[in-house]
Design a protein around this ligand. Structure first.
Ligand SMILES: O=P(O)(O)OC[C@H]1O[C@H](OP(=O)(O)OP(=O)(O)O)[C@H](O)[C@@H]1O
Ligand SMILES: Nc1ncnc2[nH]cnc12
Length: 183
């Protein structure tokens, strides 16, 4: 908390996230503490608060918003609409019909591959990459590599929640990473 008694916008958004996030032990497998943000997405005021907070941190620094399938799509399309820019969908493998770049990665509970179309966004565009959670950073690390392989510039990375103990930032060195809430 800051020194005055009035919480800042960032403190308020962190309180909102803390209040609405559901914590599910042993999902999807034993030993994982799953942080479920669907109650946040279901709450119009909370959704607006987090999207506005993410946009505030990167105002004027991006031309397009990338969202990582699936939960990142919810944030990216809302943010892109509010900022008046387009969306770059970073998809799980096998969903995009034209030529793609692909990157495989590990996450807290498995492995996967992400893809983007090679030519959806003009080279040189500044991309804000959004997702709900930064855990090991495997997912966002792969998304960043894809954006760069497409000749685009990563303007920054925004997440609602960072699971600090998993050191995901180590997969994202050299990039500005902003988390609204850290646990
Ligand atoms: O930092 P990491 O260890 O890579 O984990 C974070 C990723 O895990 C979750 O996605 P998930 O792959 O479960 O897919 P979903 O969005 O389709 O549920 C989450 O939405 C992030 O994208
Ligand atoms: N612990 C976790 N909770 C929710 N989503 C995740 N993605 C990776 N790890 C996660």
């Amino acid at each position: 908390m800051n020194e005055s008694t009035t919480p800042t916008a960032d403190e308020r958004v962190a309180t909102t996230i803390d209040k609405v996030c559901a914590v599910i032990p042993d999902y999807p497998e034993p030993g994982i503490i799953f942080r479920d943000l669907t109650p946040l997405f279901a709450d119009g005021a909370a959704l607006r608060e987090v999207v506005d907070a993410l946009l505030r941190r990167f105002e004027g620094q991006f031309d397009v918003v990338a969202g990582v399938e699936a939960r990142g799509f919810l944030l990216a399309s809302a943010a892109a609409y509010a900022a008046g820019v387009g969306v770059l969908p970073v998809r799980k493998e096998g969903k995009l019909p034209r030529e793609t770049y692909a990157e495989s990665y590990q996450l807290e509970y498995g492995t996967a591959t992400l893809e983007i179309h090679r030519d959806d966004i003009p080279a040189g565009a500044r991309v804000l990459v959004l997702d709900d959670i930064l855990a090991t950073g495997g997912t966002l690390g792969a998304a960043v590599k894809l954006v760069e392989r497409a000749g685009l510039h990563v303007a920054g990375i925004g997440v609602v929640m960072e699971l600090e103990g998993l050191a995901g930032r180590s997969n994202l060195t050299g990039h500005e990473v902003s988390a609204l809430y850290t646990v």
